[in-house]
Design a protein around this ligand. Sequence first.
Ligand SMILES: [Mn+2]
Length: 259
Amino acid sequence: MPTRPLRFIHTSDVHLDSTASRGEIEGFRNPAEYAFAQVVDAVTSSECDLFLIVGDLFDSARIKEHDFEFVKNQVGKIACPVVLIPGNHDVHDDTSIWRKFDPLDLGPHVYPIMAHEGDLLDFPELQATLWGRAMDEHSPSYEPLYGVPEQSHDSWFVGLAHGQVVNKRVNGSSSQITHGEIENSGFDYLALGHIHVWDIFEFGDVTACYSGSPVAAFASSQGGYYAQVDLDPRLGINISKKKLKSNVDHPKVTHGVFF
Ligand SMILES: [Mn+2]
């Protein structure tokens, strides 16, 4: 059992430079930038140990230098480690945005998980171990939780997965995460991305959460949240659903709840 508490902020599905939400807001180029900057502010002001970005940070491989520089600038304000995985919009394939721009250029404190077979990140000073596996293709063959390694329980064990939580695997559906896989993962917390609205699951000893998109307009206005997670050796897990300042630019935008 870890002896120190761990606090982190979890976001996903920022979809920077999506064409679905346009227009300057509060000095930012668009609502997605405004939302991401607010999440970064929350990280810097809440004594976080880690910041997790669980896929679809970028909307497409067509993003420009400007978008990458924006993220570099924002994460440059953060002192703690930043861990990110790709999603289906910024998938790690041959033409990936993550090959056009090197995620390691975002800063020495940024830990991109780009290994298709999965990557285990150990932060001994935080008594935390993180695992995720980069999506190479948004397809039925990609299983976000395939091959989670077994861990001792001396560290907090936190997973990152971008995909769709399902009761049982369904033929033809992409990037599925089953209830059983979550239950058997051994994670203290599974940070989920892909669904744009907030949701929490508990299977066995494992708590999993979709933070949803921080951009309200990308979730039929039901988004606009991030998750602040506290893991405490005495108190257990506490997940706070934190609302951002309104960043809906266009109330008629109905982007659907996941992509
Ligand atoms: Mn997605």
